[in-house]
Design a protein around this ligand. Structure first.
Ligand SMILES: [Mg+2]
Length: 270
């Protein structure tokens, strides 16, 4: 076992801070593409082999472990299996939902969702696209289309316009556009978690453009004297993400290995 060395000075400082006082550290990470391999049917998605054991290990070793995802929080905890990790908190739908062992909490749905939900079927008609209703947000998927990126490109403009008309924001992801209420992104979620747990060091790991606001929040936290480490779970699909991180691992299986090694290093007896 040996931990990889972050490529940036700030990342090396962040890693050292995480390990020097793990009890005051927050580890936050994305689910799809970071802990779980991306597969065609998202309902079948599960953490990579050894993932639950690794998450239990970091949950024991570090002050707080959070999963921050676009998915419904209760799906991640239930079908996704992460509810079996003691002490884990899951922020779902970009912070609109919060799951802990005590249950699920969420605010009321945004008023613009009703009109957007009604208008979407006509907008995607004849396209190789699928609508997913996440209740607190709406997603258009082009994975499975002959040319997912080209199909997505034709839809982005109309989807942005529709979202704006009803007070929502269109966010791009891996073969998806998600229409969500304003104010929900992973940067805001991470900031809230750091404040709530008074974290003195932070790690954020992600694989997709939806994780960039959290990477930017890590940079902002450093400015405020809270060291941090950003980790990219790399993929060919989102190759540019790797340039934005302090540390790059080769996908979910390597991410699981990193978590296990972090736990071992933080808690040598554990
Ligand atoms: Mg992801």
């Amino acid at each position: 076992m040996s931990l990889p060395t972050p490529v940036t000075e700030a990342g090396r400082t962040g890693l050292a801070a995480l390990l020097s006082d793990p009890g005051q550290a927050l580890l936050a990470m994305d689910f799809d593409g970071t802990l779980a391999p991306i597969i065609a049917d998202p309902d079948q998605s599960r953490v990579a082999p050894g993932g639950l054991a690794a998450l239990r290990a970091v949950a024991r070793a570090f002050g707080r472990v959070a999963v921050v995802t676009g998915r419904p929080a209760d799906w991640v905890a239930g079908t996704g299996g992460l509810g079996a990790v003691p002490g884990l908190v899951v922020l779902g739908q970009y912070g609109a939902q919060r799951w802990t062992a005590d249950g699920l909490r969420e605010g009321p749905p945004h008023g613009g969702l009703v009109a957007v939900r009604d208008a979407l079927p006509a907008l995607v008609e004849g396209r190789q696209a699928r609508i997913e209703d996440k209740r607190l947000s709406l997603v258009v998927h082009t994975r499975g289309a002959e040319h997912p990126d080209a199909e997505l490109a034709t839809l982005v403009g109309p989807l942005r316009a529709l979202a704006a008309e009803h007070g929502l924001v269109a966010h791009l992801g891996r073969a998806i556009v998600e229409l969500r209420p304003p104010g929900f992104d992973k940067g805001g979620v991470l900031r809230g978690l750091v404040e709530e747990y008074a974290a003195r060091a932070v790690l954020f790991a992600g694989d997709d453009v939806g994780d960039l606001p959290a990477f930017e929040e890590v940079a902002a936290l450093r400015e405020r004297g809270i060291p941090g480490l950003t980790v990219c779970s790399a993929s060919a699909e989102v190759a540019h993400m790797a340039e934005r991180a302090d540390l790059v691992v080769g996908g979910p299986e390597a991410m699981i290995t990193l978590l296990r090694d972090l736990a071992t290093e933080a808690l040598p007896s554990g």
